[in-house]
Design a protein around this ligand. Structure first.
Ligand code: PHE
Length: 461
């Protein structure tokens, strides 16, 4: 193992860092996943718990990850080793890095498939499928629904899109052509935000905004199950790209003098705002057309095309929207492949190109499970646990088990293992604020995660 792996690169500015971290954070989690899991878990109460998880648990854990990366100035497992030994503790803590690599790898296997759906939708919009399907108000929702079902049950189409997505990610990671991409993202992310706002206003006008707003912000705890609380917690980690070593890698490149606390807050707020706007764009359409909020993973793809189908220049707006979704997904997918690649380079001593290809090939093979799950293949149906299929299992295992577990370990590590002086110096906070953050890391995050987790797996029944 090569332990002298200190990285010497630095972000060119605080802005470059915020942009990259926000680029990794904002993705399918915000636009595709958040709206449908909110619908499956009853709306307002779920949103409320989700916000608590983001700000009381997610932000402190993000700060901890960035500090570990910055202090260790290395890839995750090695950074953990450096920081643990600096504080006089065992290097076994690097297991956190390994859990993260595994989670990132598993997540990418289904993330790439969903990114492929978005890519296919660029072409549906471009060829006028939305306006054709939405032409007859009596059957529009069914026609748009059929478009989606036809896509997810077409294994050859999905194979093509998923393969292209993974190949592009491997190419970017191995060739390090990130600069061009970063420039593109600099314009595309703000553009996505503005477009999403525009779509939200359009759906507010033509759809049922009042119903959407009540659904999302009326907190009725009788609608929330403990399982739903775990989903909210897991999604807070998923959407902020936590517990996967990503923020450690980004932290390793952080220049001196950038406030970890402020930047973490900014990233979390930006990410949350995008998710809420996506919800407010989708739900007015859902309610106006009598769709089910609990429609599941197809929600985004079955609702917004209805709006595109009926708005002026809708096919064009549809193309723009899905192009931006593809880009948002792509930046996240790159971050996701980065952690297994870095791991292979660091621990197995292979070249970066080779590592990216090996990791990409493995992700591709695993992605077949998700593709065939949506196509309804018999072999993907699980008989154990809660039933469901392999896609649902991978989603559950990563978001609801691996990420919260990583979150507990990171907060315990930062709160109890790293010397408080080091933490205080890195956070650069006044005594009072530091005490608050330390309390969140020491008690609120680990105990909160543990309680939700044990409850959800049925320990207190
Ligand atoms: N945060 C991304 C999203 O919400 C997913 C992701 C997780 C990306 C981890 C990178 C690393 O879509």
């Amino acid at each position: 193992m090569n332990t002298d792996t200190h990285v010497s690169n630095r972000w060119s500015s605080r802005y470059a860092y915020i942009l990259a971290a926000t680029g990794a954070a904002v993705g399918l989690g915000n636009i595709w996943k958040f709206p449908y899991i909110m619908g499956e878990n009853g709306g307002g109460a779920f949103v409320f718990v989700y916000l608590l998880c983001i700000f009381l648990i997610g932000v402190p854990v993000m700060m901890a990850e960035v500090v570990i990366g910055k202090r260790g100035r290395s890839t995750p497992a090695n950074a953990m080793t450096h920081v643990a030994t600096e504080s006089g503790h065992s290097s076994h803590w690097s297991i956190i890095g390994s859990i993260g690599v595994l989670a990132g790898f598993l997540i990418l296997s289904f993330y790439a498939v969903i990114a492929g759906w978005a890519a296919a939708y660029v072409f549906f919009a471009g060829s006028g499928e939305f306006s054709a399907a939405a032409a007859d108000p009596a059957t529009n929702a069914d026609a748009i629904g059929a478009l989606f079902t036809d896509l997810i049950t077409s294994v050859p189409q999905l194979l093509i899109w998923t393969t292209l997505t993974i190949a592009a990610v491997v190419y970017v990671i191995s060739k390090g052509v990130k600069e061009g991409l970063e420039t593109a993202i600099t314009y595309l992310m703000p553009a996505l935000f503005v477009l999403l706002l525009g779509i939200m206003i359009y759906s507010a006008i033509v759809g049922d905004f009042a119903a959407a707003f009540t659904f999302m912000f009326h907190v009725d705890f009788s609608q929330l199950t403990i399982e739903g609380a775990l989903v909210a917690l897991g999604h807070a980690f998923f959407t902020l790209s936590l517990a996967m070593g990503i923020m450690m890698i980004y932290g390793a490149y952080l220049p001196k003098g950038v406030s970890i606390v402020k930047t973490s807050m900014m990233i979390a707020v930006a990410d949350t705002v995008v998710a809420l706007i996506a919800g407010l764009a989708i739900y007015p359409i859902v309610f106006a057309h009598g769709l089910e909020p609990s429609a599941g993973p197809g929600l985004l793809f079955q609702s917004l095309p209805l709006a595109f189908g009926s708005m002026p220049f809708g096919d064009f707006v549809g193309v723009l929207f899905f192009v931006m979704v593809v880009f948002a997904a792509f930046t996240s997918a790159i971050a996701l492949l980065e952690s297994p690649t870095a791991y292979l380079v660091e621990r197995q001593n292979v070249s970066r190109t080779k590592a990216a290809i090996i990791a990409g090939a493995a992700v591709w093979i695993l992605s077949l499970c998700t593709i065939f799950s949506f196509a309804g293949a018999e072999w993907t149906k699980l008989s154990f646990g809660m039933g469901g299929d392999i896609f649902e299992f991978l989603d559950y295992l990563t978001a609801n088990i691996l990420l919260p577990l990583g979150g507990i370990l990171i907060s315990v590590f930062a709160g109890w293992v790293i010397k408080p002086e080091i933490l205080k110096e890195e956070f650069n906070l006044s005594d009072t604020y530091f005490a608050v953050v330390l309390t969140l890391l020491r008690y609120v995050a680990p105990v909160g995660i543990l309680l939700v987790f044990l409850n959800a797996i049925g320990l207190f029944k």
